[in-house]
Write a protein that binds this ligand. Structure first.
Ligand SMILES: Cc1cc2nc3c(=O)[nH]c(=O)nc-3n(C[C@H](O)[C@H](O)[C@H](O)COP(=O)(O)OP(=O)(O)OC[C@H]3O[C@@H](n4cnc5c(N)ncnc54)[C@H](O)[C@@H]3O)c2cc1C
Length: 458
């Protein structure tokens, strides 16, 4: 170990952290997975330093864990006691905004919020957005192929990255800092690393896509009687909003009323309780015309009986109030002990039977089990929290839910990734052949298995 620390300190501009200097910040992410204290924490400031660290680790056979903002929800960034943590927190900065190409070149340790603000200041939008925007780093977003609130319109992080620089386990730098939308010059290697959760390489820089800022935004909170109406409404609005729909978030009554009943300063604008709630938004380029399109589509939906009640935001304050209901999920952790959090995909047409099946089985096996459900339905993404308050029930809940996800042809991870939390459940969503190919890729890029060992691939 002495050799490792000595070698690392000889190539880094600031010494690695060891012992009592390793604060709890480097010991765990936002998941409930086991925390750990790594042998040391290296905080490189350049790609060259990341490369030098990995060259040393590969020569010594030293395993590493890669850390971004540690807002991950699957335990992927939690260190083990024998690992070196490589924190990207000092590899920070926006290198360039190219207004002509509509791109931004960034270092991997730049916080997402800093990127969003820089894009806005330059008159653009970087549309990746999630509740952890102030904490997560862009390298972590790319490593997890993060989803978030704007996937419906802009796709996942994968769609927002044009170029990528990555350091392989042996220290080799693969720089593919492409700025063009079209580039079919053989394999597009960046896609190997996007969503690989640090198992194939350490992301150090990226070229991101920027988009024109929308000139108008209309928001409404709707109440509906059943899930069939939700699906019909989604199809009608995506047609009648003329392709401008940017949000279609669904909250089941269980989730919605848990938030309004328990989280201070979050209230429902409706006088009575309903079965389902939809937060929808239209973004466009002409505020007057967009408002007319938005209101007439919603009026038609109310007149046809699909929507039973509606509130349209007439100010930023009201819009924020709608989003507080949806973002209130961040408060649930403090209110529920030992909850099992799910981020799964299920084909939209199977969502209701899927939810019914898990509710039936969970309440049969664990009668005290409760479910809070919400989701980015248009992306086939359901989030839910199942809980009894007893930690001993969590494993049984995971087993039941993930088995059902497999039976309903869903994915055990829609956007948060696998990390360590879902490792044993991956076979419900990936075939043995797919997993074998993942192992082949891992072996080719990281033959000693030093990068994020024991994560993602079972
Ligand atoms: C309140 C809250 C809301 C959230 N909402 C969403 C959401 O809507 N959608 C969503 O997708 N996620 C969401 N998340 C999860 C999390 O924010 C994302 O997964 C985020 O992309 C992780 O970024 P990070 O920098 O914190 O990564 P970390 O947690 O540090 O790491 C995540 C994984 O990526 C690896 N990694 C990190 N940086 C690099 C790098 N530079 N190179 C290679 N590997 C790396 C790590 O080893 C780890 O396996 C939310 C989390 C919280 C706490």
């Amino acid at each position: 170990m002495y050799q490792l620390i000595k070698d690392l300190n000889s190539v880094l501009s600031s010494p690695v952290l060891t012992g009592a200097d390793i604060s709890t910040r480097y010991q765990h992410d936002w998941s409930a997975e086991e925390p750990g204290i790594p042998v040391a924490v290296a905080r490189p400031v350049s790609t060259a330093e990341v490369s030098a660290i990995l060259k040393i680790c590969s020569e010594l056979g030293q395993s590493v864990v890669v850390q971004g903002g540690l807002s991950g929800l699957c335990g992927g960034g939690n260190p083990r006691t024998e690992e070196l943590a490589i924190s990207l927190e000092r590899l920070v900065g926006i290198e360039e905004i190219d207004s002509g190409a509509m791109t931004m070149t960034v270092k991997a340790g730049t916080p997402l919020q800093v990127i969003q603000e820089a894009a806005a200041a330059a008159g653009f939008v970087f549309p990746l957005d999630l509740g952890a925007r102030g904490t997560c780093l862009i390298g972590g977003n790319i490593a997890t192929n993060a989803g978030g609130n704007q996937v419906l319109r802009f796709g996942m992080t994968r769609n927002l990255v044009l170029g990528l620089e990555t350091v392989l386990a042996d220290g080799t730098v693969i720089s593919s800092m492409n700025k063009m939308l079209k580039n079919n010059a053989a394999y597009d290697l960046k896609h190997l690393f996007i969503g690989s959760e640090g198992t194939l390489g350490v992301i150090t820089r990226a070229v991101l896509r920027l988009f024109p800022k929308a000139k108008s935004r209309c928001s409404a909170l709707l109440a509906l009687a059943d899930f069939e109406s939700v699906i019909k409404l989604m199809h009608i609005l995506s047609r009648d909003f003329g392709g401008g729909m940017s949000t279609f978030e669904v909250m089941w009554h269980s989730y919605y009323h848990f938030i309004t009943d328990n989280v201070p300063n979050i209230t429902s604008p409706f006088a009575v309780r309903h079965a389902l709630y939809v937060l929808t938004e239209l973004e466009g380029a002409d505020s007057e015309r967009d408002q007319v399109v938005f209101e007439s589509a919603l009026t038609a939906a109310i007149e046809s009986g699909l929507v039973v009640d509606a509130v349209l935001a007439s100010s930023e304050r009201e819009r924020d109030g709608f989003w507080k209901l949806r973002d209130g999920v961040a408060e649930i952790g403090a209110l529920i002990k030992s909850g099992a959090n799910f981020d799964v995909s299920v084909p939209i047409s199977l969502m209701q039977p899927f939810l019914q099946a898990i509710e039936n089985e969970l309440t049969r096996v664990i009668p005290a089990c409760k479910l809070l459900v919400f989701g980015h339905i248009a992306d086939s993404n359901l989030h839910f929290i199942c809980y009894t308050g007893d930690k001993a029930d969590v494993k049984t809940i995971y087993d039941i839910v993930y088995r059902n996800v497999g039976e309903f042809q869903g994915s055990v991870s829609a956007e948060h990734g696998i990390g360590v939390q879902k490792l044993s459940y991956l076979p419900y969503s990936r075939s043995p052949e797919e997993i074998a190919l993942m192992r082949t890729l891992k072996l080719a890029l990281d033959p000693q298995g030093i990068l994020n060992r024991g994560r993602v691939i079972p």
